[in-house]
Design a protein around this ligand. Structure first.
Ligand code: 5GP
Ligand code: ZN
Length: 141
């Protein structure tokens, strides 16, 4: 995808501070970090969302996140990382090339969990939960 920023970064046409690279995956520092060490992990091939990724690419991306997240913690002397994917435009994804954010976290940094994105638990009845589980399960068949 020649007009994709992240494809251009993988190709080396846009410079980046690369921290990891393998056959399928690539990781580099976010240009507008939420915290120092904020790293993006992406597949080398262009796919917009997690569901678009072929299985092999998805497995390689997960393996890269598995390598990069502890390295971000070690390299940044962080206590933890928030690992998150804005998976689709409605979820806030701005760059339409699938990517995980890996953001260093520290005890007492005050930013909270991903749950803080939402107003809190929503009321769903047991019957609705049964139907929802059936619907999602059916979509996986
Ligand atoms: P999204 O909102 O799509 O989940 O996140 C996209 C991320 O890409 C943002 O955090 C943004 O700062 C980062 N980003 C956008 N353009 C560039 C770029 O040209 N270089 C780098 N390193 N990061 C970028
Ligand atoms: Zn791309």
């Amino acid at each position: 995808m020649e007009d994709c920023i992240f494809c251009q970064i993988v190709a080396g046409d846009i410079p980046s501070r690369t921290v990891y690279e393998d056959e399928h995956a690539f990781a580099f520092l976010d240009v507008n970090p939420l915290a120092p060490g904020h790293t993006l992990v992406i597949p080398k091939s262009h796919h917009e969302t997690l569901g678009d990724l072929p299985a092999e690419e998805s497995a390689a991306l997960a393996a890269a996140v598995h390598e990069v997240a502890p390295a971000v913690e070690a390299g940044m002397d962080a206590d933890a990382t928030t690992v998150a994917c804005n998976n689709g435009e409605a979820a806030g994804q701005e760059v339409p090339h699938v990517h995980y954010h890996v953001v260093p976290r520290y005890e007492g940094d005050g930013y909270g969990p991903i749950h803080a994105l939402f107003d809190g638990p929503t009321d769903v009845s047991d019957d609705e939960l049964d139907d929802i589980a059936d619907d999602i399960g059916a979509a996986l068949d």
